[in-house]
Design a protein around this ligand. Sequence first.
Ligand code: KG4
Ligand code: ZN
Length: 351
Amino acid sequence: MRVLAIESSCDESAVAILDEARGLIAHEIYSQVELHRAYGGVVPELASRDHVRKLLPLVRRVLEQAGQAPQSLSGVAYTAGPGLIGALLTGAALGRSLAYAWNIPAVAVHHLEGHLLAPLLEVPAPPFPHVALLVSGGHTQLIAVEGVGRYRILGDTRDDAAGEAFDKTAKLLDLPYPGGPELARLAAAGTAGAFHFPRPMLDRPGLEFSFSGLKTAVQHAVRGRALDDRLRADVARAVQEAIVQTLAVKAGRALEQTGMDTLVVSGGVSANLSLRAALAVAAARRGARVYYPRIEFCTDNAAMIAVAGLLRLRAGISAGLAITARAQWPIESLAPVPMQAAHDTTEGFSN
Ligand code: KG4
Ligand code: ZN
């Protein structure tokens, strides 16, 4: 089985081809970062227009790279939500139409299921069941993953997502968009203990998060002061520490609460090296092992959409002829993929 996948939920246009036996045989990502930088964030209409321009040439290039004719594909997977509705619709329209033209099934993929399954592209692939910490620009969730399509949310954010907290505090420090990686880079030069920001909800039991208070704390810290490099680095370091410590403590609690010994971390913020170090400690303390996608597949990409799409197609799940996308789509509402099909995935799709 060989699947071509399309991702267009936000500001990355991406296409990949995944072969069940050979692993990932081609993938391309085009980032729109330059396009949105002048506006300090993603402009949805510009994102949609750019996906329309970029996706089809990317499909051609990936087919060429893989040395495959469309006739050799078993299906087309596309991100159908959650995300920016206009951006999603460009990929859904293209994916659904290509599948129709090529006379093969199409499968609508949940973007976050893609993130959750991205580590199946690595060696070794994480075993099921496991606890997943999903930390992206829009989501911060701890999820009990019983199998493919069997997700139970253990904890969610009440307001801002972890990536959003990185991005918004970075903006307060006048860092260019996207702020998360910039803030992380700056934090490395900061002085430990120069600032201390609140670790919200850490003193309460539960696995809920809240990150919106960080913006106010940072605003107070920099008010009336010149934003020089020293101050920026010190604040960046304290912001990163507050977010990282909160995530690590709650991830540790989730392992304890579920009795599971595998932690899977994915989404854009999982590229953060300070977070990886803290999670390694939290997991080791509980005898658990941590799995990540490679850095390149932490942020949005089509390889992860291909994994989710292939697993669903293999289980006989496919989309109807209508072109549909959903801005909101609870991950708990997904159809479970039968265990037999899911079981094979412990071997993953690495090449
Ligand atoms: O998963 P993703 O690419 O897109 C969404 O689905 O949201 O995540 C993007 C988020 C952004 O908020 C970005 O600032 C953050 O991930 N991010 C990071 C790092 N790399 C990306 N945050 C902190 N440290 C990083 N190294
Ligand atoms: Zn994402």
